[in-house]
Design a protein around this ligand. Sequence first.
Ligand SMILES: [Ca+2]
Ligand SMILES: [Ca+2]
Length: 299
Amino acid sequence: MGRSGTIYVTGLDADFLGGYIWTIDPAVSPDAELFAIAPSPTDLLGIALVEGGLVLTANAADFGEVYYFPVEDGPRIVGEGDLFARLAVERVDGLLGESFEVPLLLDMAGSTREATDFSVSFSWTPGLLEFIGITEGDFGGSFTADVDQAAAGMIEASASRTTGLSGGVPTLFTVTLNVDASVGPGDRVDITVTFDELRGPFAQDLRSVLTVEPGSLCVSPWRWGDVDRNGAVGSGDATQILRHLVDLPLADGADIELGDVNRDGVVNGVDAVQILRYLVELPIPAESRVAGYGIGACP
Ligand SMILES: [Ca+2]
Ligand SMILES: [Ca+2]
């Protein structure tokens, strides 16, 4: 039944009154291996191969019972229809020393699959991140978080819906973190996301069609505003911005993107003014990033 060459067969055990499911892969061994124990074949209403597993339904004493056996190497449609989970590190625009938020997304766009339950472990190397909090996303259902192990570098979150959710890119949850004092400019922190569970209706295990992208955050080696990258924010950096505005060549090694100190997506005179005000200790907007080390997606 499987595309891999594995064949699944059922047999009846008269004493147990259950069916044995055996796997045989002639390419590996001529012997069958016991895969799972299922209801008696005489009680079976149906057998179906649902992606990622074998589904049996039974009547009689087990009326209404649905059995689901995940099949690691079972049929799987790759590409369109798959689910993707990833940390939205590109949304992180943090500053060294301040807390920031990292959302975990489940990309269901382009898939017809429905999700009802997830259970996720979110972990990092202990000591590199400080856990601040976790908030529910828009997956819906009952949401719970276990943060008892946060000091050891791991939190767990899960949710359960009564109806399947499909399509779109729901946020499963958002974690608020701060980097540890030991983390400095140029450092990188990796975050690991493991789905202990991702299920659809009839307890279908969706992990066989799920791809999880690891996420990493990097602390910039340069301060915001240090356009010429000489290690300090000075009037020369404002000059670089002004040169950029009139299309004059920049200094060797300059990175004009470091000039967007107010983080509005453009580098212009507003940024140059904030740099100059910072240099003479005039008030600047609280949200200005001048002289701070940015935290965000790794380059
Ligand atoms: Ca500079
Ligand atoms: Ca700007």
